[in-house]
Each structure stands twice: as C-alpha cells, then as structure tokens.
Design a protein around this ligand. Structure first.
Ligand SMILES: Nc1ncnc2c1ncn2[C@@H]1O[C@H](COP(=O)(O)OP(=O)(O)OP(=O)(O)O)[C@@H](O)[C@H]1O
Ligand SMILES: [Mg+2]
Length: 352
C-alpha cells in the first residue's frame, strides 16, 4: 500500500452546529492503482481529499483518525504540523492534487509556465532555467500544443481544457507517488474529458503513480478505477472492486446510483434521480442514514440504533447495509426483536 486512511473524522464547527463532513472512513490506496471515491454532492469526497493533504481550513479540522504514507519509513501525515516543512514537502513531491475548480489552483496574476516552474523549484534542487525547461516539457506531455508559447500566457488566456491540462502538468511535474484528482473532468465537454482521462492513465502508467479519483460519474469510474468506495453522508457505505460493484452492488444506495447512470449518448443529467435529497449537513439520523430514501428500508431494522458499520458481505466486498449483512447470516429475514422499543409488532413495513 502507498497510503492508508484509518477511521478519519473531519468536522466543521459552525455557529449552527457541528458538521461531520467525514465521519470515520477507512481507505487504502495501492501503489500504482486507481481507487475511485463516488457519491452525491456534499457526501464528503473533497473534504476527505483535503484532509489527506492537511488542507482543511478552519472552522474545519481533523478530529480523529490517521493518514499514513508508507515508504521506507511510514509517515503519519495526521501527526505533522499542517504548515510545517515536512507537510509542505509531502504536498507536491509525494502527493499532488488536481482541484475541483482549476482556477483555485492557478494564480491569475502569474504566467502559467512560471507557476509550474515554481512547483519544480520548490521541490527539486534545480536552477530557474532547468525548472522552466521541465515545466514546458510537462505541459507538452500533458497535451498542450505549442507549450513554450502557452507557458508565457496567463491562465485566463487558456481555454478550460488547456487550463485543466496546465493544472495536470503542475500536479505531475514533480512526479508524485499519489495524485488526488477531484472531479478532474466535470467542467469539460465530453471530447476533452475523454482526452484528459486518457492522458491521466498514460501518465499514471509512465510514473507508476497511484490515483485517487473523485467523481460523480460512474462511467468514469468504470473506465479508470480498479476499486471503488461509495460515500454517503460522510461514510463509506460500500467498497468493492469495480467489477463486483457494477455487477452486484450490495448497498441500495449504490444500486440507485447505478440505475441513475444516463444511457450512452444521452444528455448528461445530475444524479438527482434517486428519490429524496441528501439530508442537510449536520442532521443526525438514527439507524442507517440512507433509510429515509431507501426503497428497501425495513422499519424497526433500518431506522433504529447506531449507524451500521461497513462489513464484508462477500470476499473483498464490504457493505454498510444491514439487510445485506443479515442476508449472509443464518436467518436473513428474521426481523430483530423489537422488545423494549415500544413497537407493538414485529411486522416489517416499507418506509417508502
Ligand atoms: N468550508 C466549509 N465550511 C463548512 N462546511 C463545509 C465546508 N466545506 C465542506 N463543508 C461541508 O462538508 C460536507 C462535505 O463537503 P464536500 O465538499 O466534501 O462534498 P463533496 O462530496 O466533495 O461534494 P461535491 O460533489 O459537490 O464536490 C458538506 O456538508 C459541506 O457542506
Ligand atoms: Mg467536492
């Protein structure tokens, strides 16, 4: 493994209350492999990524858990000072990130090439001229035509697709061991999107880099990743290989996401086809947090008690759905004892 995330919690302390943006996730990123993190807007994907890089700004902070970068010696990122030298070395040189909004990563007042060269100079002992040579070479590698001329331009002079390529060049110029790509292609049209994904795959193979790919788009997952983690309200609710997850989803939320994939060639629609909305951040539901939207939810089982844990329900396949977990037990359809809960019968009832 290159990186392991263990029981990570990241919270925002707002006047209105506490938001558990990342509420105890475990994830392992293998060397050279691609893991996709998927889920609807607001489920905590970006905050999880920013937590790995220790870039969560107040009022947010990591409140528990560990992020460990494995190497000759393990480095526990969560134990390092956020703004210290060690963490700065990790950012860029070991772990790079492509942000959801390209303009947040590129400064509008500096030329593109100079910004990329600065990233080189920051992490590698090379002179300014060599840094610029490497910057232009990586821009060309990232598919920017006429890279030497483009390097002298400002970000606003580039198209969205070229800006995204510039950001990829900036992320990869120091040859990081892990690239975190947060919705790297969402803002781009389909043709450019396909080119960028092909480029990422190519550079990944060339650099032997691990990729944590954050996306709404299950089509992109199928094309890029070997493993998928599905997040809902700050937790991972299903984790499996891409093949297992697509062929045999073991969480109703994942099944609903899969049903919401638009047919090939159809106009892109957001994943709003799952009935109901994600409850507002900070809402604490008893039982499974997906139960109010789940067509399979069983009253008395799914809406009570603690949030279900993520457990293995088949080899290499974990689900946080109680019904799926019980289905592998001895007596799948036996309703739980409702004694002491004030319910008058053990009959099951569909929530929706
Ligand atoms: N700076 C912040 N202050 C307060 N709450 C925040 C902040 N950043 C994120 N959150 C909250 O944390 C939760 C997770 O947000 P996050 O941005 O990680 O979602 P996401 O899965 O990346 O969504 P999207 O797909 O829209 O990018 C949300 O409830 C969001 O409102
Ligand atoms: Mg996000």
């Amino acid at each position: 493994m290159l990186l392991t995330i263990t029981d990570l919690h990241t919270r925002f302390f707002l006047d209105e209350g506490i938001v558990d943006a990342v509420d105890g996730i475990d994830l392992a990123l293998p060397r050279g492999g691609t893991v996709a993190l998927v889920g609807e807007s607001g489920c905590g994907k970006s905050v999880a990524a920013l937590s790995v890089l220790r870039l969560v700004a107040p009022p947010g902070r990591i409140t528990a858990g560990r992020v460990t970068l494995h190497g000759e010696r393990d480095l526990e990122l969560t134990a390092l000072p956020e703004d210290g030298e060690a963490m700065r070395r990790v950012r860029g040189a070991e772990i790079a990130m492509i942000f959801q909004e390209p303009m947040t990563a590129l400064s509008p007042v500096h030329r593109v090439g100079a910004q990329i060269a600065e990233a080189v100079a920051l992490h590698q002992r090379v002179g300014g001229r060599e840094a610029m040579t490497r910057a232009v070479a990586m821009m060309a590698r990232a598919g920017i035509p006429d890279a030497a001329r483009r390097a002298r331009q400002y970000p606003h002079e580039l198209s969205g697709g070229l800006r995204q390529r510039a950001m990829i060049a900036m992320a990869l110029v120091c040859r990081p061991k892990l690239l975190i790509a947060d919705e790297p292609t969402t803002a781009l049209d389909v043709t450019v999107q396909a080119q960028i994904l092909a480029l990422l795959r190519e550079l990944q193979a060339e650099l032997g880099m691990s990729l944590l790919l954050i996306t709404h788009d299950l089509g992109v997952v199928a094309e890029m990743a070997q493993t998928v983690a599905v997040m809902y309200l700050g937790r991972i609710v299903e984790h499996a290989s891409v093949t297992d997850l697509f062929d045999d989803p073991r969480h109703p939320y994942t099944a609903a996401l899969l049903r919401s994939i638009p047919a090939r060639g159809a106009r892109k629609t957001p994943l709003a086809v799952i009935p109901g909305n994600v409850p507002p951040a900070g809402t604490r539901l008893s039982g499974c947090p997906f139960h109010p939207r789940c067509a399979e939810a069983v009253l008395g089982t799914c809406d009570v008690g603690e949030r279900p844990a993520l457990l293995e329900v088949a080899p290499g396949h974990a689900s946080a759905c109680l019904l799926r977990q019980r289905a592998i037990g001895p007596n799948p359809l036996d309703p739980p004892s409702l004694e002491g809960r004030g319910k008058d019968s053990g009959d099951t009832e569909m929530v929706m």
